[in-house]
Structures are given as C-alpha cells and as structure tokens.
Ligand binder design. Structure first.
Ligand SMILES: Cc1ncc(COP(=O)(O)O)c(C=O)c1O
Length: 405
C-alpha cells in the first residue's frame, strides 16, 4: 500500500501556503528583468574583506576556533547578548542579557513566538498590510487575524482599541520602515499604541528588522525603549525582534528576541526542543564582525540605500501618472504603490514581466484579509541606480497603458 501523505500531514502544516514572493523570485532572477521584487539586502554592500579577516582570525586562534566549532548554550553566546544589550541601551532600551535570546534570524523568533503565544482561533492583531513572513509563521498555529488599517502616522488607534476591546491580547507591529510599505509611526502614535496595549494588558511583538536603516537621521524611540521596565527583568509589554540580516549579512542567520524573563525562559525550552542553539561559529563571527564594523558600516549602507531610494522616488515623481500614489519612506528597503482601483496588481505583474521586464510584488499577499488588489511593493535595495530609473520608467509606461485600456 502507498503512503497517503496528504492524510498524514496535520492541519497546522496544511495551513501553510507557498509564498508569492519566493515563487516569483525564481522568474525575477533572469538578468533581463529589472527586479524590485526581492526583499533582500544588496550583496554589493556585504563587507567581504572584513569577513575574510574575521574568519582568518578565528580559525588561527586555536582556543577560540575550537570553541566556536563546539555546541553551546541555548540562550546564545553571552558575549553576543552583551553586545546586543549594550546596543539596545544606546537606543534607550536598557535590558539585561537575561532578557535576550539569540535566534536563527528574526524569522525563527517569529516562529517561536507563534508556538509560544498562538493557538487555533486565538486572535492576533496585524497591520494592514503586514510582513508576509510573519503571517506565514503565525498561520502555522491557525490564529484568527484581526487586521488594523494604517494611516500616515501608524495604526488607526480606534481600530486597535476595538481589536483589544474585542478580546485580542497580542499585536504584531513594525513601527520603523515597515515591510512592505516603508512607513514609520510618529512618536505620538507610538505612545498611543503603548497606552492602548497597557489599558488592555495586551502584548506587542515589535519587529525592528529595519530600524537601523534610517536615511534621515536618528530613528524615533522604539516601542521597547518607550516600555520603561526599570530593573525588572520580568516586566514589560513589548517583545522586540532584531536581526543582523539587514545590517551585516543575512546568511549568518543571527537574530534575537528581547523579552520579559518568563517569555525568554519558555523560548529557551522551545529552542532546546527545536534546534538546541543557533550555530556557535555564526554567532562568534557576527559578534566579531559587529565589533569591527559598527557603526561605520552602517553609515556606508545607509548612504548607498538612501541614494537608491532617492533615485526611485525621483523616477516615480517624473514618470508615474497622477493616479498612482506611493509612500516616501525615511528608511528601510521598500516603497508602496497604490494603483488606480481598476488595476489588479497581479495581472499587472504578469504584463510587467512579459512586456516591461520589470518585477515587483503584488500587494494583496500582505493583507490578512486579502484586500489591496491595487497595491504593490517595490524594493529599491538591490538594483543599480540606472536600472532603478529605467525600471520605474518602464513600469510607469505600462501602468499608463493598462489604465487607459
Ligand atoms: C519585517 C521583517 N521581519 C523579519 C524578517 C526576517 O529576517 P531574518 O530572519 O533574516 O532575521 C524580515 C526579512 O525579510 C523582515 O522583512
């Protein structure tokens, strides 16, 4: 008898569906396509020389080299957690290393928090639109999504209040340079979000993946920083997810969760059951690279991404028809397009790949309620300046043509 795999696979796993972005990236990889589809950093900005030195130093140091090839503790290397705690203190969020767990990228943090906090039918508040990868991690637990609309200042407070009043006790929010819109919350909105969460005793999962990619000076205080817990390691409303993926390199897969102790203790148990710990050598390399490169490298990548953002916005201002609106992000990697109502961005993508040789991500996938048919996410991170301008010109021409049909 043959195995009936579909009968064996549990409902939780069947809740997962293929990511539109990943499927799409396969096509967008062709050299003739100008791709604004990926959400990845520019490999030209990877500090290869510094990594060569870091690996050399590490493998030439007998004791450190051998230590970095051994198993290690589930919480993550203390020295790396110290580095992260010092960095958090610098941005106004002093926390103990006991509040920090190293994860296999922020994505694993999302998956582990989903295992910890979600179960079938439990409500989770998400922004409309929100990071698709987070919703994929959450969907494995089959929660009920409560979508909250965004205005230019952040999530609409009346909707957040209604979501919590309706029983939701967890919200996943990205206040800095959000994926997919590039939008950030104002300080007033950050304070209002925290106040509402506290009113209901709700927890906030703050995704800080892009927080350091700021192109207009200092970022506003994070929700974690505004959540003053004093010396109490057990207290707090906010759990923050961080990562080296956007600032150093994604391949090391080093991220972290900063959370009150009761959460960290449970996440450590989940780590022990899941992957024992994050790669020791990758943690050691990330720490050495961060010590060596920060903050100088951050200025380098901010300058490069700022130029790309400016080029994309200037091209949009020049070529896009007045019926298209778009965000003007102050950081991150993304610009969000709202097209005329009659344009379905999935159909537009098919034409864009075929005729204009341009790729982007249709916006619908980022909405928990599958709205946003006329929206699209464009990343300016990986293409060169001249191709950014060309690509926007071609896309704008196509939009004009489709709109007039
Ligand atoms: C908003 C957001 N959060 C988390 C992640 C996951 O990052 P990583 O697992 O590489 O740390 C990404 C990756 O694109 C992201 O855009």
């Amino acid at each position: 008898m043959t195995v009936q795999w579909n009968d064996l696979i549990v409902r939780d796993a069947r809740a997962l569906t293929a990511s539109e972005i990943r499927d799409l990236l396969k096509v967008a990889d062709r050299p003739e396509i100008i791709s604004f589809a990926g959400g990845v950093p520019d490999p030209a900005l990877f500090p290869l020389d510094a990594f060569r030195t870091v690996y050399d130093d590490l493998t030439q140091d007998d004791a450190a080299g051998r230590r970095s090839l051994q198993y290690s503790i589930s919480e993550g290397l203390p020295a790396l957690r110290h580095w992260i705690a010092d960095d958090l203190a610098l941005i106004g969020a002093p926390r103990s290393i006991e509040n920090i767990l190293i994860t296999n990228g922020a994505q694993q943090g999302l998956d582990m928090l989903a295992r910890l906090l979600l179960e079938p039918g439990r409500e989770i508040v998400v922004e409309k639109p929100s990071y698709l990868g987070a919703m994929q991690a959450f969907s494995m637990r089959r929660p009920t999504y409560v979508g909250v609309n965004m205005d230019a200042d952040g999530p609409v407070i009346a909707e957040l209040d209604a979501a919590f009043a309706g029983g939701a006790r967890i919200a996943y929010l990205a206040p800095d340079f959000q994926n997919p819109t590039g939008r950030s919350y104002t300080l007033e909105r950050r304070l209002a979000v925290l106040e509402i969460a506290r009113k209901y005793g709700a927890a906030i999962l703050e995704d800080a993946a892009y927080s350091k990619l700021s192109y207009e000076g200092d970022v506003l205080p994070s929700l974690l920083a505004l959540d003053d817990v004093g010396d109490d390691q057990n207290a707090g409303t906010v759990i923050q997810l961080g990562t080296f993926s956007k600032t150093l390199v994604p391949a090391l897969r080093i991220g972290w969760v900063c959370a009150p102790r009761p959460v960290i203790e449970r996440l450590v148990l989940i780590t022990q059951a899941g992957n024992l710990h994050v790669s020791t050598i990758n943690q050691e390399v990330a720490l050495r690279a961060a010590r060596k490169l920060f903050p100088g490298h951050l200025d380098t990548i901010r300058d490069a991404y700022r130029a790309k953002r400016d080029t994309m916005l200037a091209a949009m201002d020049e070529f896009m028809p007045g019926t298209v609106s778009y965000t003007r992000p102050e950081g991150g990697m993304f610009i969000w397009l709202t097209l005329p109502e009659n344009i379905d961005s999935r159909q537009l993508l098919a034409q864009a790949l075929e005729d204009a040789k341009v790729a982007f991500v249709p916006g619908q996938a980022f909405f928990c309620d599958h709205s946003g048919r006329n929206t699209a996410r464009l990343s300016f991170a990986t293409e060169k300046l001249d191709r950014i301008r060309d690509g926007i010109e071609r896309l704008a021409l196509l939009i004009k043509r489709v709109h007039n049909q």
